[in-house]
Design a protein around this ligand. Sequence first.
Ligand code: ZN
Ligand code: ZN
Ligand code: ZN
Length: 331
Amino acid sequence: MTQTGFTPDLDLDGLSPDEAFAILGNEIRLEIIRVLWREDAAHEYDDGSDTAETMSYSELQQEVDIDDNGKFNYHLSQLAPHFIRRTDNGYRLSGAGKQIARTVIAVSGTDYLDFSTELEQNCPLCGAHVEATYEDQWLRIRCTECDGVFGDQAPTGTLFLTTYPAAGLASRDPEQALAAGLYRCALDITYLMYGICRECAGHISSSVTVCDAHENRGGQPCAACGTPFQVWADMRCDTCRFAKRLPVEIFTTGLIMATGLIDNREMDIHSPSFDEAIDLLQNRVETTVSKDPLRVLITIEDETASFTVTLDDDMNVISFDRSSQTDVVTS
Ligand SMILES: [Zn+2]
Ligand SMILES: [Zn+2]
Ligand SMILES: [Zn+2]
């Protein structure tokens, strides 16, 4: 088995991403994965160990409903060993096979999902009504009156925007989905800031863009760059291209929200609230940029603590200080 560099030459179990796409682009093979996943779904220890529920050859063939032995054998052999494994007890999904099944589950269900609705809370910026919309796996919270937070970098009125699997909406109302979306977003950002891809565990490459002629107009978009934020960062996975482009303040507040939650003994998934997150971003963050070398210094203050994060042009955290508001603040 060779494990060479990253895409496009990624080669695990001798299977390149192109070969994996080719293998999975077949109805019968996907049906085999679906049947084995369904069999395994009832398995008590699902992902707790390498064990998985197995099916005998004949059971599997019957469930997949292919009478032609040669044909069935061919498709089975295409999936093994990367997506399915043959054991003494029969066939089961491999770790990669389970992940394919979970991905299909996460992305299914958008056709019947009507999620656009007005929320009970008001816009933290202007007090107008706020609505949630869901399209193409994106959950968006938008103000019905004002321009929102992101200037021309997001659709007008956007207050919050995140990718969100449809399967996770089925059992949540919009308020709960927003709280869960905020929490997921903070955790995504934490992964990125630690240089790890949440989707594939690959390495993250980052770059920052600074508006040199930036005008701070109290939350209004700057004439030069079209957004209220002077520094934006791109963080992208080298392997699977999972990416986020956001103001550095959001990367930093996301990191602090998530790590702050970890510190909190009374951890609550619904905390901080959407209003608190927007308040943090709009009113409690100060950003200073210095050049040669580029340093972005972000100070965030809430009621109990003050955080100072210094970033370089690759989004590395050069320093991270936390002091409680009663301490003498040094930086
Ligand atoms: Zn508004
Ligand atoms: Zn600007
Ligand atoms: Zn990745």
